[in-house]
Design a protein around this ligand. Sequence first.
Ligand code: BLA
Length: 515
Amino acid sequence: RVRAEPVDPSLCEQEPIHIPGAIQPHAVLVAADVDTLTVTACSGNVRDALDRDPLGHDLAGLLGSDLTDRIRATLQGEGVDPGRTVRARVVLPSSLGLPVEAVAHRNGERIIVELELAPAHPEDFRAASQLDTELAIGRLRGAVTLEEAAAVAARETRALTGFDCILVYRFDPDWNGAAIAEDKDPAWTRSLLGLRFPASDIPAQARALYTRSKSRFVIDRDYVPVPLVATPATANAPVDLTFAQARSLSPIHLEYQRNLGVNGSMSVSILVEGRLWGLMIGHHRRPHYVAPETRAAATVLADAFAMRVYELESRRLWQEQQAHLALESELVRELARSDDFVSALTEQRHTLLDLFEARGAATVSHDSVRRLGQTPPSAAILEIADWLRMTVPLGSSSYVTAEFAVAHPPSAPYAECASGLLAAFVDAERHHLLLWFRPEVPSTVTWGGDPRKPVLAGSGPVAVLPRRSFERWVEERRGVSEPFAPWQVDIAEALALAVEGVVLRQRRKIAELTG
Ligand code: BLA
């Protein structure tokens, strides 16, 4: 039962998804003490699957000595990274001589072993080969823009995993996100390409978990979770399933999938320099089983894409910075042979306007203004300068915003040319300022659902529910510019420092002339 009113999206962050106390039913899980390898917790389906109750018994009795020896060698002792994994195929007494996939990992004082049972209704999809993966990575390497790389990654990941749809989902600095590439079965007419989604769709604790643990696969959204049971001595310490492949996902998220028309799914983390840059998302309209080798291949591909993103973004940034540093040194040279910084920065071959893709720039000296390009009128600039002198904390020598009218409502009429503002103070007295303006980028942002109501109130034990509608919701974004980058602020400050030298020289000259 859903009540219609929206609730605070931060409620979503409170669900402890790393300790759900249950797993998905295609696997069995046993957890053992790291030192003694005595089983202290297991999933309730172990007895059926393995014909025995392992609680309180030795791990070796269940797994055999080969795997247990490798667990000892690799996962016991000090300094083992959480999530460190050992994989093997083991033949269990109950598995009729067929090998099952076993994966063991360490988390704190526990060894957690997952055994993958053949899913009840495996969708036959061939396992990825080494060659498939290598070819896919080769094609990714050939992509020369981010858009192209994302499109290739989506296409290759879908070919590998067989999902109806693969999306490349990219987070923005506020953790909203957008689907920047989509590769799908043409028969599925729903498209999420280009749509934006609010941060609460993938709440903070989920993003934190996805930064540590790289992939999630759900075979069948409508699965019945299998609860974990523990020996009485350990029943109070829930088993941390952060790194468990078969971790049961948040029921809120499964409801979200239902609302999206998604059954089988995956998400693989795209980590760039240790930060969660985005997710490779897989959607299937029916249940969808992905074999272990293919899951591994999808993760390798997401890593390769992350590397390509890093290369492309750092190359672009490097080129942009080089161009700016060259311009900056040109301007500094001009300043060095000048007694008048205003003319050095506004009247020579290169000017302030060449920096930072600004459309307008200005210098302010006491009460005089020099303008370049598209800026507010001089009187407004003087007013802005006074506001900056009063508002910017004394310790800082610059100010930057992409939404100036929010901080300074009187500037709202100038939003068209001055939504973005970067200002640098030249001198401690703040008589002199350098200003750069960026125009509004009037944008319509199309959200996948109304972003003002991402979360609905539930009733009874279910406090929150995801929105049910993913109808396109168009937001007109006004008064916002492209943001200035931190390195651009650094260059602005460095330039202001060079200007200060000219101002001091000027002042000395005037003193000499008049003194
Ligand atoms: C998790 N939310 C997720 C995940 C995705 C999304 C991809 C990762 C889980 C997975 O592997 O499937 C969201 N899926 C999307 C988005 C698109 C998509 C944005 O396809 C767009 C293309 N979610 C809500 C609300 C709450 C919420 C309101 O919408 C909370 C009240 C919670 N989402 C939520 C939680 C998880 C999640 C808790 C973690 C699931 C888990 O790993 O246990």
